[in-house]
Structures are given as structure tokens and as C-alpha cells.
Write a new protein. Sequence first.
Length: 506
Amino acid sequence: MQPRFELTAGLVFSREIPGELGPELAHAVEEANTVHFRKGVPRDAPPDDVGRITAHAIEGPVLSLTIESGGYTRAHDALFRFRKQVAGLLGRHRIGLREIEIRGFRVELLGEIPEGLRLPSLPFIRSAEIVPGRVSLDLAMTAADLENRVPDRLVRLVEEKAEAAAYGGKTEHWELLYESPKREPRFREDPTAEMVRRGWIKHALSRGQWIHGTQSTRLFRAFEGLVLEEIVAPLGFEEMVFPKLVPWEVWAKSGHAKGVYPEIYYVSTPKTRDPEYWEEVADYFKVTGEVPVDLIREKVDGPIGGLCYAQCPSFWPFIGGTTLANDCLPARIFDRSGTSHRYESGGIHGIERVDEFHRIEILWIGTPEQTIETADLLHERYRHLFDEVLELEWRSARVTPWFMAQEGMIGGEGASERIGTTDYEARLPYSDSWLEFQNVSVNGDKYPKGFNVKVQSGGDLWSGCSGIGLERWTAAFLAQKGFDLDDWPAEVRRRFGDAHEIFRFV
């Protein structure tokens, strides 16, 4: 989309501008248009694409300006270049610049407008309009907003929304890589319903949350043991513990702050620990037996962030702002220390799509070559595990995560062609559908750049991650193998042991 800007502003000076300075100001405008605004602009750039002052007038102590531009020396950048120029000119006449008034600012984005484009609703957008071939924005801006480059980020936001709307209708971001041999399923029912019937799991009191009994937990631990012995140990991953409360600063640097808001569980803190401050809350519950949520809402700050949404961002402050020695790469680590939480917006189903889930997060850092090599080794280990140990019917596909597409990380040459995610999907016989139960992502330099991590050699630093969701593995496995242990692969049966029940209800 091609941007066009029209800005009207007033440069307010300390006293009236004498009329006899008109010719000097006209010369300054001409010099700005032909020299100052052309700096850094390609020689072959069309004149209409370069910032230019199209009108100016002296109004007492105010020099009013109309500035138009395309993408080069955008109108707001031209304003501040001219401010410096004219402040020096009038300063020689003992006339000082006091402030800048932004009277009007209109932005148009020209190009193909995808169907379904939703424009942002923000305080500094007075009005917005979409017509064929054009998006028009009427903005309420201050000089500080312009200096903070709010218009540029707003234009980029609209472009990203247009790219997302166009991207959402495409299918080429899913490419089949491998499909395992067909296997005859031993079970054709919904495994979650059967787990409930057998007393393996029970709904907890929060949304999308389960209490896992001993049998379900044994299966979790069997899969976890396989991961540790078949993947973690052979490839040299070392265990760490990542925080599960994530402050805004982490999500800002990881990029999740661009769109995580509908899916996170927010965390707020008390304004004080003073018992007297909270006494009325406790008294209300003692009398009514109900927790006064509205009253509590008044007494907390925040939110300061949210519960863990994806495990890997919480690791990065550990090395943020540092330079890694060459000989410590590739660095391979993993975390299995707690739950992750994701508000599924009505899409919860069974144990495979929940708000609270258990996951082992595998993370690695290295040069582009080392990062790709680690991903390839993981693919080999997963294929061995799913084909020969778990004996699943599954497939893998290369997908393009939207956060990578919108940041221009997809479609490069050489090593950059490997940036992206491989999803692993297991067949669900009871619904004749596929469940994504595993992934491997090569994230390029997204996280090292976001957290300012460098390498001693001065070369590129990349990272990758792979999330192992125990609920998803359990759902995929039971959907195909069922609940008769004699139908299970020998290694899983050995690790699981027997299905001894602790609780008996009368």
C-alpha cells in the first residue's frame, strides 16, 4: 500500500513575524523543498512522493504550513526538518519558536484493499474510511505524537491488518511433508469422554481445566520419560526453570504484545497488603458467603502481565542484553516446571483444547546453521518416537505462523528458507480429523533481536523451540490405541504399569 500524507500545522513564535520577512521565508520554503527534503531520497523518486511545503502564510506570530508527501521525507518528518531551518532564520531576528500546533493530519493508503480489512479504533483516529483502492484516516495528533513516529507505526499497523486479512484467505501456508503408514485404530470413541467415564479425569472448577487422576498422570509421566530418554538426553538438552508469570516487558520484547490480549489470563496485584484495607472484603464474604468480585476489582492494581501463554519468552531475560561466547553454542535447554494458560475463547474441547495445560518446552540457540541442525535432529527423533515407539498414524506439515509472515521472516533465501514451523498431526479415528499435537519452530533472529542478545563472533544468532503438550499427546494416543493396555505399544505399557485405582466411591 502506498502512503500519502497531508499535514497542516502552525509554528507559533514569541512575537509577530514582520511582513518584510516574507521573502526570506519564501526562499526558506523553496530551499526546503528542493534541498533539505531531498536528502536521502533516491534521485529517481517521483516529485509527488517527496515531502514538500505546498502552502505557507504569516498569521501574526504564527507561520502556517501545509505539507504533502508520499513515502519519502514524510510530511511529519518534513515539518521537523523545516522547524530547525526556520527557527535558525527567525532566531537571527530575535524571534523564538514557542510551540507547534498540529491543525490537521490526513493519511491515505492506496492499493488493493483485501476483503474483511478491519481498521484500528484508537483515540487519535478521528475518522476512518475504506473505499475501493484507498484507506483514508483523519488523525488527531500532537507534535509529540509526530516526533514519537506514531503516524508511521499507525500506517504499518494498517498494512499489517491488510496483510493479515489477505493472508487469512490463503491455503499455501500448509505444505504436507510426511505421512506415516496407515494403522488400524484400536478405538473409535472420544477419548476424553471415556477418561471421564472411567474416572481418570474430572472437570475442575475453572474454565478449560481438568483434575488428572492417577491413571492419566501415569500416562503423562510415561510420555515425559520417553521425551527425556529419546529426545532430551541424546541431543544434550539441559533443564532450566522458566517463570510462569510473564510481565508486559517480556511480551513487548518477544512480540506477543502485538496481539496476545484475547488469549491470556491476566495477573493483577493487591494495592496493599494492609489487612484493614481488605477487611470489608473478608467481612462481606463472612456475612453473605459470596466473594465480592466488583469490590476486589477496585482494590487491585494492574494487570502487571499474565500467566504463561507460551513458555519460551520467559527464558529470554536470562540472557537478555548479553553477548554469548562462541564456544557455548549451540545452547540446548528445556523447561517442564509448570502449567501454561491460554484463554481459548469458546474453543475448548476435551483434554486437547483446554485453558490450562502441561507442556515440556524445548529451546535452542545458535548460529543459523546450528539452529537448523538442531531442528533436523529433533525431526529425526520425533519421527522415530512416533513411528517406532508410540506407533501412531501421523503426518507433518510445514506451516507459516502469522507472526512470522507479518514480520517479513518468511520467504528468504538460503538458511532463511528454513524459518517457520513444522506441525505434527495425529489422526483422530472417532472424528476422522487431525489433531496438531507437536511442533518444531525455527524462529530466526526474532528473539535474539527482541532481547538484544549477540554472539561473540558478531554473526547472526538464531533460536528455535518445540512445545510438547502432554494433553495433546494423551488425546492422540488414546484416540488411536484406546484403553485396553494389551493394545498399547510395549514401551508405553511398561512405563505406565497397571491402572490401579486409589479412589472408590460409595
